[in-house]
Design a protein around this ligand. Structure first.
Ligand SMILES: NC(=O)c1ccc[n+]([C@@H]2O[C@H](COP(=O)([O-])OP(=O)(O)OC[C@H]3O[C@@H](n4cnc5c(N)ncnc54)[C@H](O)[C@@H]3O)[C@@H](O)[C@H]2O)c1
Length: 284
């Protein structure tokens, strides 16, 4: 028996990185998957987003696990397109039990204020669109998981200085995702539907392994390389690592999606190698 046997999960940003990892782990534990991703770039975001072949590869990997998968190229900023993808997926797969609102951008750097707008549109409005488009299908026992970020809770990381308007938008959006999930969880609790946020530290994905991110971690180097950034990544964490792997987040997503977490709701679940502990004093 898989831990999410017979369930159907909707996963945004599923073409690569954490979204692909979440989709694959849920599938390996028995879920069928509705997988969406933008599969094209957003101008203010100066590292490449996914491509259609990335989403196709996610589908191939899910099918190799003998699970069913429906993929659609969707921009989470477009609520009606998200709704259409969910409706088509549910029509094919029969139900919806798990929602993973994971898609995001991180348009760091000296960009125009449009980067703030885009970061909020994708990272906050996109999460709200995803939940709005899915909640009507959910029944008792269903689970919503939204991805936030440790950085959003730490001053002087993405919110300030060289991270620019897109960093400020990223921080704002991620804090609001936490607040939205908190208040939503209370509204859904009487229906036995759960909502939780997961807040990762650095994760080893193309978002982290990108030029704009390297420049934030190494402002002292003119054109920092991955090797330069690797020396600075551990500063985020209390444990002696630079980043966690996507599977470390997926394991928490799977727990929250499964019936093992049937009374866990409204949590702001950090997966941060002690990064928050290191930066924020405990308040008794
Ligand atoms: N990587 C990190 O260090 C880190 C740290 C904390 C939080 N996060 C969060 O984890 C989540 C997953 O990011 P990742 O690390 O896998 O990065 P990633 O860039 O590898 O994956 C993000 C995916 O979302 C897709 N996407 C972007 N905009 C979209 C849109 N408008 N509509 C649909 N799909 C869109 C991208 O194409 C990509 O496939 C994000 O919410 C991110 O903010 C990442």
């Amino acid at each position: 028996m898989g831990r999410v046997d017979g369930k159907v999960a909707f996963v945004t940003g599923a073409a690569r990185g954490q979204g692909r990892s979440h989709a694959l782990l849920l599938a390996s534990e028995g879920a069928d998957i509705i997988a969406v991703d933008i599969c094209e770039d957003i101008a203010s975001n100066k590292y490449p987003l996914s491509r259609p072949e990335d989403l196709a590869e996610t589908a191939r990997l899910i099918e190799a696990l003998d699970r069913r998968v429906i993929t659609t190229q969707v921009d989470v900023r477009d609520r009606s397109a998200v709704g259409a993808a969910v409706a088509a997926g549910v029509a094919e797969l029969g139900r919806l039990d798990i929602v993973v609102a994971n898609a995001a951008i991180c348009p760091l750097g000296p960009e125009a204020p449009q980067a703030f707008i885009d970061a909020v549109d994708v990272n906050l409005t996109g999460v709200i669109n995803t939940i709005s488009a899915t909640v009507g299908y959910l029944k008792a026992g269903a689970s919503i998981i939204a991805t936030g970020s440790l950085a959003a809770f730490l001053p002087n990381t993405v919110d300030a200085g060289p991270a620019g308007p897109g960093g400020a938008g990223y921080g704002f959006a991620k804090r609001m995702v936490g607040a939205y999930i908190n208040d939503l969880a209370l509204q859904l609790a009487p229906y036995s539907i759960r909502a939780n946020a997961v807040h990762p530290t650095n994760v080893n994905t193309p978002m982290l392994q990108s030029g704009p991110m390297y420049r934030i971690f190494r402002p002292d180097v003119e054109n920092p390389t991955r090797e330069d950034a690797e020396l600075a990544f551990p500063a985020m964490n209390a444990m002696p690592i630079g980043y966690v792997e996507p599977i470390d987040i997926s394991n928490v997503v799977l727990f929250l999606a499964s019936d093992e977490a049937r009374y866990v709701t409204g949590m702001q679940m950090r997966v941060d190698a002690g990064g928050y502990l290191k930066a924020v004093p405990y308040k008794a």
